[in-house]
Design a protein around this ligand. Structure first.
Ligand code: ADP
Ligand code: MG
Ligand code: MG
Length: 899
C-alpha cells in the first residue's frame, strides 16, 4: 500500500480526484504542481495512515518512516537544502488536510527544522539574522502549542511583554536581538511548564508534528465540527509536509489569501488580502490590517494594493487565477506566498460562498461556457436558496454578538422586535406600527392572528413540526422553537435563562436560520431577487420531473406560492379559516349544539364565509389544482378556556356558564391527537362534511363562471379504515353532483384522502378503490409510525440525536426512509395496483426538505407540496434528483407501476 504521495517538481503522484486519500489540500497541491504552477516541493501522508494510527493505539504502518525519509531526501534534492543541516538547513511545514475543508479545526506547524544550530545557519545562508530568529520564534510558539500543549496565549504574553519593555507595538519592530530574547523566554516557559526542553532533534520535531496532526483529528473542536457538518469520523486527515517558502524575509516578501470571485455576492472580481513581510497565519490572526489585492477592490483602504506594490507578481497571480478557474471550473479560494519577488502557490480549493454568490457564479459560469446547466444546478445547495428569500442577520453582526439562547431553527430569516407574550399584544402593537416577537411556551390555533401580526416567534417547547413551526413556515415568518433552556413566565411577563431576565418590551433579535436568539437589535440584510435567480429557476424547471405545489390556507399565501412557481395547492387547511373573530363564535355555537338541526343552522352561517375563502384561492390558482382538506383538528381546540369568553358565550347561547363548562368538559380528551378528529368528525357529524363540500363546489362553480379554470380536489383526512373513506366519499360526491347540477357547470373534480396512518398505508389497495388521489400527511404518519408526539418530542430528540446517537436526524424534519419511507412505498405500490392513474403527492413538512424530496422523486410520486417559501427549494431538490439519477448516484426504488 502506497502511504506517501509526492509533489516534488515534476514527480507528482497525486491529482485532484484523490481527495479521499490525500485530503483536499494534498490532492490540490499535487494537481497544481502537475499543471506546472509554482508549488513548494513536498509530500502527502495518506488518510489511510491516520485511520490506521487511530485504530491501532497510535502506531504507524511498517515502512512509513522509510517512505518519509525518502520523500524528505526528494525535497532536499529539489531545494538544494538539507533537513537539519547546520549550514544550509531545509525547513518544512507540516499541514493537516481532510477530505473536506474544516477551517481552523486542525493544526499546522511552520518553519520546522530549526534549532539552536540551524537557526544560525539560516541566518548566515540568507544574510538575514532577523528573519532567521523571527522564524525560530514562530516555530517554537507553534510547536509548543500544537505538539507540546503549552497554550498559545502564554507565548503571546511573553511576546507582548518584550514589546512593552522595548516600548514598541509592532512585531516587525522587534530586532534580531529582541527575538533571541523572546526565544530564550519561550524555552524557559516550556521547561517550567513541562519539565523538559524544546526538542533540538529535527526528526523528533518532524514526527512530533505529524503525530500531533493525526491526533488533532480527534480533538474536541474537530469532533464538534464534524458533528455539525455531518462529516464521518472515519475519514481521517492527511498530513502534508512541504518545503517552507518565506513571506517574512523583507519588504519584497508577502503572504496572502484570495478568492477568484466575490464569495459574498458572486461578482466576477478577483479579491483578497495580503501582508508584506509576514507568514501565513498573520493574515487571519489580525495582528496587522491586511492590504487589498487590487484597485478594483481597494475601496476606502489607505494602504497600497498588491497590484500597486508588486505589479509583476500581481499579474502572474491574475494569470494563475484564470487558469485555475478554467481548470477547476469553479470559484477558487487560494493561499499564496511571495518570497523575494517570487510567487508560490500554497493552497487552492473550491471557495465557500453565500446562496446569492452560489447562484450568480453558477449562472455566470454557464454564460461563460465554463460549465453546463446541469453542473450549475448542482453547484447550489437547495437550502442556500433560503438566504435569498428572507432577510438575514448581517454576518458581521453575528461575529460580534453572542446569542443568549439557541433553539431549533424552525423557519428561516431574521426578525427584530419587542418581546410580547400574548397574541393580542402583537396585534395591538402592529396597529401602532411596533415590531414584536411573540414569545410563548408553545402556540395553538387560537394564536394564529397574533402570530401573523408579530415579526417573529420564539417558543420554549415543541419540535420542527410543532404548531408554531408549521404555521410560521407557512406564513414565511421567522421562528425559533423548542428552546428548552428558557423559562417563559406569563405572569411576570419575563423570559428567564440562567441569571438573565428579559422583560416585556425589551428588544430581541431572532435568527430563524440558525436558531440563535440575541439581545437587542442586530443589523439585518434584505433579500433581493435578481435576474440570475430567475435564469437559474428556469433551468431547474426544465429538468425536474416532480411537480411542486404549496401548502397554503389563504389567498395571500397562495399568491406568494404561485409567484414562486407553485403548480397548485397540495394542502389547504380549512380550520385556520375558523379562527377569525366573527367566525369562531359561530363555530363554537356549532360545536356546542345539541341537535343536528342546531348544528345545521350554525353551519349555514359558516358556509358563505368558507365559500369566499375558497373562491379567493381558486382565483389565485387559476389553471392549477387545489386540494382542500376537510376539517381536521379535535373540536375542543376551538373552545374558549378563559372565563370571560365562557361568560360571553353563555350569554350568546342562552345557556348558563355551568352548562357551557359541562359541555366543554365533555369534549375533553386525554389524547386529542389520537381522538375525535379527522374524518371521525365528518363521520359523527356528516353535516360538517356536507357544508364544507358545498362551500367548495359552490365556490368552484361560481368562480368558473368568472372565466377562471378551477380544479378542486377534496381531501378526507386521517382515514385508516376503508369504510371511513367510502362513507365520507358519498357525502362529498352528493354535494358535488347537486351543486354542479344546480349551477349547470361542467367543472371536473377529485375526491381523495390524506394517508397519515400506518394502517392506511398497508390497506392502500382497498382505500384506493374510493380515492382519486393520495396525499401523504407525513407529519402525522411520522408521529404514528414512531409513536412520537409531534409536540413533545423535542426533549427526547435531544437525547436521541445529540447525546446518544440513536437517531441521525429529526424524523419530523428529514423523512425517515427506513420506516416511514417504507410505508410510503407500500402505499404507492398498492394504491397504483388498484388504480394506476392515482395521483400521489406529499403534503407533510418533508415536502420542502431536500433529502425527503429526493426520496419522493425516487418512489415516483407525482408532486411534493410544501410551504410557499420552500417552493424554490423543493424545485431545486427535485431537479438535482433527476441529475443525480442520470449520473447513477441514486437509484429509483424497485419496479413500480407507473401510469
Ligand atoms: P489551514 O488549513 O488552517 O489554512 P494551512 O496548512 O493552510 O492551514 O497553513 C496555515 C498557513 O500557513 C497558511 O496561510 C499557509 O499559507 C501557511 N503555510 C503553510 N505551509 C507553508 C509553507 N510551506 N511555506 C509558507 N507558508 C506556509
Ligand atoms: Mg489554508
Ligand atoms: Mg394530519
Amino acid at each position: 500500500m502506497k502511504l506517501v504521495y509526492w509533489f516534488i517538481n515534476d514527480k507528482v503522484d497525486g491529482k485532484k480526484e484523490m481527495k479521499n486519500l490525500l485530503g483536499g489540500k494534498g490532492a490540490n497541491l499535487a494537481e497544481m504542481a502537475s499543471i506546472g504552477f509554482p508549488v513548494p516541493p513536498g509530500f502527502t501522508i495518506t488518510t489511510d495512515v491516520c485511520t490506521y494510527f487511530n485504530e491501532n493505539n497510535k502506531i504507524y504502518h511498517e515502512g512509513l518512516k522509510e517512505d518519509v525519509k525518502n520523500a524528505i531526501s526528494g525535497i532536499e534534492e529539489a531545494m538544494n537544502h538539507k533537513f537539519g543541516d547546520k549550514d544550509n538547513p531545509l525547513l518544512v511545514s507540516v499541514r493537516s488536510g481532510a477530505r473536506v475543508s474544516m477551517p481552523g479545526m486542525m493544526d499546522t506547524v511552520l518553519n520546522l527544522g530549526l534549532n539552536d544550530e540551524t537557526v544560525e545557519g539560516l541566518a548566515m545562508a540568507t544574510g538575514n539574522e532577523r528573519f532567521a530568529y523571527d522564524s525560530y520564534r514562530r516555530f517554537i510558539q507553534m510547536y509548543g502549542d500544537v505538539v507540546m500543549g503549552v497554550p498559545h496565549h502564554d507565548f503571546e504574553e511573553i511576546l507582548n511583554g518584550v514589546k512593552d519593555e522595548k516600548g514598541i507595538t509592532q512585531d516587525l519592530e522587534l530586532t534580531a536581538d529582541d527575538l533571541k530574547d523572546v526565544i530564550e523566554r519561550y524555552k524557559k516557559l516550556i521547561i517550567n511548564k513541562l519539565g523538559h526542553i524544546f526538542p533540538q532533534d529535527v526528526n523528533e520535531q518532524l514526527w512530533g508534528s505529524i503525530t500531533a496532526v493525526f491526533d488533532s483529528w480527534n480533538n474536541k473542536r474537530a469532533k464538534d465540527y464534524r458533528k455539525i457538518h455531518n462529516i464521518s469520523d472515519e475519514w481521517g486527515t492527511a498530513v502534508n509536509v512541504q518545503s517552507m517558502v518565506y513571506g517574512n524575509m523583507g519588504d519584497d516578501c508577502a503572504t496572502g489569501v484570495a478568492f477568484t470571485r466575490n464569495a459574498a455576492n458572486g461578482e466576477n472580481i478577483f479579491n483578497g488580502e495580503f501582508l508584506v513581510n509576514a507568514q501565513g497565519e498573520d493574515v487571519v490572526a489580525g495582528i496587522r490590517t491586511p492590504q487589498e489585492m487590487n484597485l478594483a477592490t481597494k475601496g476606502n483602504s489607505t494602504l497600497p494594493t498588491l497590484e500597486e506594490v508588486m505589479p509583476e507578481v500581481y499579474q502572474e497571480l491574475v494569470v494563475i487565477r484564470d487558469k485555475l478557474e478554467n481548470h477547476y471550473r469553479d470559484m477558487q479560494d487560494i493561499e499564496f506566498t511571495i518570497e523575494k519577488g517570487k510567487l508560490w502557490m500554497l493552497q487552492t480549493r473550491n471557495g465557500k460562498r453565500t446562496g446569492k454568490a452560489a447562484i450568480k457564479i453558477a449562472v455566470d459560469m454557464v454564460k461563460e461556457d465554463l460549465i453546463s446547466k446541469e453542473e450549475a444546478l448542482m453547484r447550489v445547495e437547495p437550502m442556500q436558496l433560503d438566504q435569498l428569500l428572507h432577510p438575514i442577520i448581517d454576518p458581521v453582526e453575528i461575529k460580534n454578538h453572542k446569542p443568549f439562547a439557541k433553539g431549533l431553527a424552525a423557519s428561516p430569516g431574521a426578525a427584530i422586535g419587542k418581546v410580547v407574550f400574548f397574541p393580542e399584544e402583537a396585534i395591538n402593537a402592529k396597529e401602532n406600527g411596533i415590531d414584536t416577537i411573540l414569545v410563548r411556551t408553545e402556540t395553538s390555533p387560537e394564536d394564529v392572528a397574533g402570530m401573523n401580526a408579530c415579526n417573529g416567534i420564539f417558543t420554549s417547547r415543541g419540535g420542527m413540526t410543532s404548531h408554531a413551526a408549521v404555521v410560521a413556515r407557512g406564513m414565511g415568518k421567522t421562528c425559533v422553537v423548542g428552546c428548552e433552556a428558557i423559562t417563559v413566565d406569563y405572569k411576570t411577563e419575563t423570559i428567564k435563562i440562567g441569571d438573565l431576565t428579559i422583560n416585556k418590551n425589551e428588544y430581541i433579535t431572532v435568527d430563524g436560520t440558525s436558531g440563535n436568539v440575541y439581545l437587542g437589535k442586530l443589523k439585518t440584510i434584505d433579500p433581493k431577487i435578481e435576474d440570475d435567480f430567475h435564469d437559474f429557476m428556469v433551468w431547474v424547471n426544465e429538468i425536474r420531473r416532480l411537480g411542486v405545489r404549496a401548502n397554503a390556507d389563504t389567498p395571500h399565501d397562495a399568491k406568494v406560492a404561485r409567484d414562486f412557481g407553485a403548480q397548485g395547492i397540495g394542502l389547504c387547511r380549512t380550520e385556520h379559516m375558523f379562527f377569525a373573530e366573527d367566525r369562531i363564535k359561530i363555530m363554537r355555537e356549532m360545536i356546542l349544539s345539541d341537535s343536528r338541526e342546531e348544528r345545521e343552522k350554525a353551519l349555514a352561517k359558516i358556509l358563505p364565509m368558507q365559500k369566499e375563502d375558497f373562491a379567493g384561492i381558486f382565483r389565485v390558482m387559476d389553471g392549477y389544482p387545489v386540494i382542500i382538506r376537510l376539517l381536521d383538528p379535535p373540536l375542543h381546540e376551538f373552545l374558549p378556556e378563559d372565563k370571560e369568553l365562557i361568560k360571553e358565550l353563555s350569554n350568546e347561547m342562552n345557556l348558563s356558564v355551568e352548562e357551557i363548562k359541562e359541555k366543554i368538559d365533555s369534549l375533553h380528551e386525554s389524547n386529542p391527537m389520537l381522538g375525535h378528529r379527522g374524518c371521525r368528525l365528518g363521520i359523527t357529524y356528516p353535516e360538517i362534511t356536507k357544508m364544507q363540500a358545498r362551500a367548495v363546489f359552490e365556490a368552484a362553480c361560481e368562480v368558473e363562471k368568472e372565466g377562471v379554470n378551477v380544479f378542486p380536489e377534496v381531501m378526507i383526512p386521517l382515514v385508516g379504515i376503508e369504510a371511513e373513506l367510502s362513507s365520507q366519499r358519498i357525502v362529498v360526491e352528493e354535494a358535488a353532483k347537486e351543486t354542479i347540477a344546480k349551477y349547470n357547470s361542467s367543472i371536473r373534480y377529485m375526491i381523495g384522502t390524506m394517508i397519515e396512518l400506518p394502517r392506511a398505508t398497508v390497506i392502500a389497495d382497498k382505500i384506493a378503490k374510493h380515492a382519486d388521489f393520495f396525499s401523504f400527511g407525513t407529519n402525522d404518519l411520522t408521529q404514528t409510525t414512531f409513536g412520537f408526539s409531534r409536540d413533545d418530542v423535542g426533549k427526547i430528540l435531544k437525547v436521541y440525536i445529540d447525546d446518544k446517537q440513536i437517531l441521525k436526524n429529526d424524523p419530523f424534519a428529514v423523512l425517515d426512509r427506513e420506516g416511514v419511507g417504507q410505508l410510503l412505498r407500500t402505499a404507492i405500490e398498492k394504491g397504483r395496483m388498484t388504480k394506476p392513474e392515482l395521483e400521489i403527492g406529499i403534503c407533510g413538512e418533508h415536502g420542502g426538505e431536500p433529502s425527503s424530496v429526493e426520496f419522493c422523486h425516487l418512489i415516483n410520486m407525482d408532486y411534493v407540496s410544501c410551504s410557499p417559501f420552500r417552493v424554490p427549494i423543493a424545485m431545486l431538490a427535485a431537479a438535482q434528483s433527476v441529475i443525480k439519477e442520470k449520473k447513477g448516484e441514486i437509484k429509483s426504488f424497485g419496479k413500480l407501476l407507473v401510469k
